[in-house]
Write a protein that binds this ligand. Structure first.
Ligand SMILES: *[C@@H]1O[C@H](CO)[C@@H](O)[C@H](O)[C@H]1NC(C)=O
Ligand SMILES: *[C@@H]1O[C@H](CO)[C@@H](O)[C@H](O)[C@H]1NC(C)=O
Ligand SMILES: *[C@@H]1O[C@H](CO)[C@@H](O)[C@H](O)[C@H]1NC(C)=O
Ligand SMILES: *[C@@H]1O[C@H](CO)[C@@H](O)[C@H](O)[C@H]1NC(C)=O
Ligand SMILES: *[C@@H]1O[C@H](CO)[C@@H](O)[C@H](O)[C@H]1NC(C)=O
Ligand SMILES: *[C@@H]1O[C@H](CO)[C@@H](O)[C@H](O)[C@H]1NC(C)=O
Ligand SMILES: *[C@@H]1O[C@H](CO)[C@@H](O)[C@H](O)[C@H]1NC(C)=O
Ligand SMILES: *[C@@H]1O[C@H](CO)[C@@H](O)[C@H](O)[C@H]1NC(C)=O
Ligand SMILES: *[C@@H]1O[C@H](CO)[C@@H](O)[C@H](O)[C@H]1NC(C)=O
Length: 895
């Protein structure tokens, strides 16, 4: 008995498994636009999905029972259909709606009645932000594709794109996400083109014509094919499907390309690129496609247009998912709890109850995963997980895949899931296959053209009295201006280096009688006030000004390097000194120094050379490295203490700086040009001139270059950031201009501009003296040279004296009456020329020769002398002397 009981239970269990109890029907509503082909396709696919599913899973205890409602392409229609389904049919779930516009109200209804709303086509990202737990998107949100689009834009280096989108929930939903992802890759959206969903042809043409006149040539089109195909036909009409243009379509169009009129694609959309969710190939998908075609032809033998697209597959997968979830939630009853006092509500709208099983159902659905026709079915945060995207190019009547974008690897040529362990994200355009661009072009368009709408940036330029090298404005008779100068040339080249075109014109910051309209601070302030779109000139970047404008990076340094040639003369000296010191160090050592006096002299000379070398090394080092800007305030204080007048550049910020240094206002004098400055210096502080001038280093250098002999530049050097271009605060141009400045200043052309404008300034206006006292010249070492000179002369005197003393017997008057003074001196010279055998070094040589232990060096020395040298005979000398007046030299007199 005890043993039989479990057996009975087992039999009971087996029985219950095999016995086909009638499955429990679960009512499910379907709300679609019945006259829309996506709606028809969706409905067909859902029906086929359920029939397939329950054929395969006949033993399931639940059956979905569909109740279909037509939303009639209408938001209210969809709401009414949903309300009817909830109230009267009491469905446990609703599949639909089709469009993002119809969705929000239905989502709220679903939340209220706790009935899951499952859409397979409403893709607007904003729907998820309603944050209803009962809303499921069994499709991709539009935001999934924005990174793929941004990657394409990045790959081709386009810097500005214009989105064209339909003015409704579907169109607007993607924009925040698209804008964010484009911003992340530094792509600007200068303009958004919004097309009304029921736009007339004229409206479309007007909008496109406006886009045509602007410079951006990259357009991202986000709309459904009904509007999209009209847009492209108008674009073709306006010749915007030609070279220079880039058209990128989102999956709003790519998903439905196959159902578009093929001749329209061939005619209007050649060269368009786009992104499309990647559907992995599978046996089931292939079978279903065949089956679907058959089914459609059975239903409607004359209609061949109902091509299957991804929405059908998503509809199929959502029906399967729902059927699985219902079974998983073990739903055995379908209570719909009526609200206790719903009769008291004034309107009919809230007269529906709450689903008793909604919570279980939505939980089961959220955790349902399976391999569907459209790929892996897995819900992440209420919508399908984002798949890889195909990059397509429209050629002929269809689209061709030219590459893929994956979340982990960016743009890849082939989708290869085995390789996706490699986690390098790249957006290289080399991974994209051949693309035929609009206008049958093979090369990618650069994305912009010079705009034709004539809107130009107003670039302010300062009027200068002098220092025309930086900026020079001349007025023609018709009031037109000619702007020249270093700053202008740099700006022109920087604009040229920008990755997009900028139209601009120079507008002088001048009064009506062509005079300067204000100081540089006021010039910069004019940009703040909107008088100019930018300020270009010798405008120094300082903190105070940066409160009103955004500066670009400096295009000159505050330590000045406008022209290498400024250093020309110094370089020459350095070169000479190098040779000089080397010759002493290297060559002199070959000779042996014997005399103590010579040694004494050489020691001094080496000392001098050492000092010279060290000085020039130090000088060279300081020239080659950027000088540390060290303020030495003492000098400035001296100027203030002595009540000296100092000069400043008229209009420069230096005036504020000097006031800040507590200079008395009456002690400040403005000058306009280097000549002015020179004149004021000549007068001197006592006679209405100046004792010192403060100026920005570029001007100081120019001044010093003109008057190089008379002035020196001394510290303190106040650090500023050099010259920059000023733009209104927040101008999007600033980062791009800064980048272009770096590109230009690091390039070769900058040198050419510098040479062009500052070549003349390297020539001294008064070249009477070369030296400039803050460099080391020959006069810096006069003391050293004097010591060497005196030592040399002393050594000479000592030597001559001792020589004469040793040879006194030769020159002694009266020692030999017949010899004249001339012969005496000749004899002396001869004796001088001979080796002094008393010198201990010669004794050493002789010993070495005898011992035969001599190296090559001394062997050479020893072999040279002949006996005559050691024992000069007077007769040899006297034979040579008559008739041969040239002084005997060792070489000429040797046999
Ligand atoms: C969804 O319903 C719950 C409960 O009725 C409510 O608290 C929540 O605010 C609703 N959410 C939305 C988005 O309506
Ligand atoms: C494009 O041009 C129109 C006028 O032709 C102008 O109003 C609009 O601001 C321009 N857009 C851009 C981004 O420059
Ligand atoms: C319906 O089923 C749920 C469990 O699925 C159960 O908790 C509930 O009591 C049932 N209601 C009725 C009326 O049978
Ligand atoms: C019924 O309605 C009254 C007022 O209309 C409200 O105070 C009450 O809470 C409602 N009862 C329920 C169960 O919702
Ligand atoms: C040039 O401009 C000045 C001041 O704006 C004006 O007085 C003068 O008539 C103009 N000359 C011509 C030729 O337009
Ligand atoms: C800063 O600039 C403003 C406007 O040009 C000027 O009025 C002010 O005196 C300046 N301040 C200093 C500290 O230079
Ligand atoms: C400085 O420039 C202003 C015009 O901006 C001018 O009126 C003034 O005379 C100039 N000062 C000197 C000393 O030249
Ligand atoms: C400047 O930009 C051009 C074009 O983008 C590039 O070819 C060149 O190498 C850049 N030069 C420098 C110095 O970066
Ligand atoms: C430099 O001097 C030459 C000859 O005097 C002159 O033609 C040229 O215009 C000058 N260049 C500049 C930038 O002043």
């Amino acid at each position: 008995m005890v043993a039989i009981f479990p057996l009975a239970v087992l039999l009971l269990l087996l029985n219950s498994g095999t016995v086909q109890s009638t499955p429990f029907p679960v009512r499910v509503g379907v709300v679609v636009d019945m006259d829309n082909y996506v709606g028809k396709m969706g409905l067909n696919c859902i029906t086929m999905a359920l029939s397939d599913f329950y054929t395969k899973h006949g033993h399931y205890q639940t059956r979905l029972v569909l109740t279909k409602r037509d939303s009639k392409r209408d938001v209210v229609g969809a709401a009414a259909a949903a309300l009817d389904l909830l109230k009267n049919v009491q469905v446990q779930a609703i599949i639909g709606p089709l469009s993002s516009m119809q969705a929000p109200f239905m989502i709220h209804l679903g939340n209220k009645s706790q009935v899951p709303i499952i859409t397979f086509s409403a893709s607007s990202p904003s729907l998820l932000s309603i944050q209803s737990p009962y809303f499921v998107r069994a499709a991709l949100g539009d935001s999934s594709q924005v990174r793929a689009i941004a990657a394409i834009v990045q790959a081709y280096g386009w810097r500005e794109v214009v989105p064209i989108y339909v003015d409704n929930e579907f169109g607007h939903g993607i924009m925040p996400f698209l804008a964010d992802s484009l911003e992340k890759v530094n792509v600007r959206i200068p303009y958004r083109s919004v097309i009304p969903s029921f736009a007339t042809d004229d409206q479309i043409v007007a909008e496109l014509s406006m886009l045509m006149t602007n410079q951006t040539r990259v357009f991202i089109v986000h709309m459904r094919t009904t509007l999209g195909s009209r847009l492209f036909s108008k674009a073709k009409l306006l010749e915007m499907m030609s070279k220079d243009y880039v058209w990128i379509i989102t999956d709003g169009m790519t998903n439905e390309l196959t159902s578009m009129d093929q001749s329209a694609i061939e005619e209007y959309m050649q060269g368009v690129i786009g992104v499309k969710p990647h559907i992995p190939k599978s046996e089931e998908l292939h079978k279903f496609k065949v089956k679907y075609k058959k089914e459609i032809q059975l239903q409607n033998p004359t209609n061949h247009d109902l091509d299957l697209n991804i929405f059908g597959l998503w509809a199929y997968d959502s029906a399967v998912a729902l059927a699985m979830a219902v079974e998983k939630a073990r739903i055995r009853n379908a209570t719909f709890l009526k609200k206790a006092n719903d009769s008291t509500t004034p309107t009919d709208l809230e007269g529906f109850g709450v689903s008793g099983i909604g919570t279980e159902l939505i939980q089961a659905l959220s955790s349902t995963t399976f391999r569907g026709l459209a790929g892996e079915f897995k819900l992440v945060e209420g919508q399908l997980e984002s798949p890889p995207y195909q990059i397509i190019n429209v050629i002929g009547a269809g689209a061709r895949a030219v590459g893929y974008w994956t979340n982990d690897n960016g743009i890849v040529r082939e989708i290869n899931f085995a390789k996706s362990t490699k986690k390098t994200y790249s957006t290289s355009k080399s991974n994209i296959g051949f693309i035929m661009w609009p206008g049958d072009r093979k090369n990618p368009p650069k994305g912009w053209v010079t705009p034709t709408n004539g809107k130009k940036l107003r670039i302010g330029v300062p009027v200068k009295f002098r220092f025309f090298e930086f900026m020079h404005i001349t007025w023609n008779s018709d009031n037109s201006t000619k702007v020249e100068g270093y700053c202008k040339d740099v700006f022109d080249m920087v604009i040229e280096a920008l990755p997009y075109g900028v139209q601009y014109e120079y507008v002088p910051f001048a009064t009506s009688d062509h005079k300067r309209a204000g100081s540089y601070d006021e010039f910069v302030y004019a940009v703040y006030q909107g008088d100019f779109d930018a300020a270009v000139g010798d405008v120094t970047i300082i903190a105070n000004r940066s409160h009103f404008v955004d500066f670009t990076l400096p295009y000159t340094e505050s330590e000045h390097r406008i022209n290498e040639d400024f250093r020309g003369p110094l370089w020459h000296q350095v070169g000479t000194i190098f040779w000089f010191s080397f010759s002493t160090m290297v060559f002199a050592n070959k000779e042996r120094v014997i005399s103590n006096l010579s040694r004494f002299l050489l020691i001094i000379w080496f000392l001098v050379v050492l000092i010279l070398t060290q000085s020039y090394t130090a000088s060279l080092t300081s020239m080659l490295t950027v000088q540390e800007l060290k303020p030495t305030i003492t000098d400035v204080n001296e100027l203030i203490r002595n009540k000296e007048t100092v000069g400043y550049h008229n209009g420069s910020f230096v005036l504020e700086l000097l006031k800040g240094l507590n200079f008395d206002k009456s002690r400040l004098l403005a000058y306009n040009s280097p000549e002015d400055m020179h004149e004021l210096f000549r007068k001197g502080s006592a006679n209405g001139g100046i004792a010192a001038a403060f100026d920005e280093i570029p001007y100081v250098k120019l001044f010093l270059a003109k008057y190089c002999s008379k002035y020196i530049m001394v510290g303190p050097t106040y650090k500023t950031d050099g010259f920059g271009f000023a733009f209104p605060i927040g101008s999007p141009l600033v980062p791009d201009i800064s980048r272009a400045i770096l590109n230009v200043t690091e390039g070769k052309k900058m040198m050419e501009i510098e040479k062009k404008w500052f070549e003349n300034d390297t020539k001294c206006a008064d070249s009477s003296e070369f030296s400039s006292s803050n460099s080391l010249g020959i006069e810096s070492f006069w003391g050293l040279f004097m010591i060497v000179g005196i030592a040399g002369v002393l050594a000479l005197i000592i030597y001559v004296t001792s020589f004469l003393y040793e040879n006194w017997h030769v020159v002694r008057p009266g020692s030999d009456a017949e010899t004249t003074l001339a012969t005496k001196s000749l004899v002396l010279v001869q004796r001088f020329n001979n080796k002094d055998l008393t010198c201990h070094t010669f004794k050493n040589y002789e010993r070495r020769v005898n011992h035969n232990d001599c190296g090559c060096d001394c062997a050479r020395i020893v072999m040279e002398p002949s006996n005559e040298y050691f024992h000069p005979s007077p007769s040899t000398f006297s034979q040579n002397s008559p008739g041969n007046n040239s002084p005997p030299s060792p070489i000429s007199s040797s046999p």
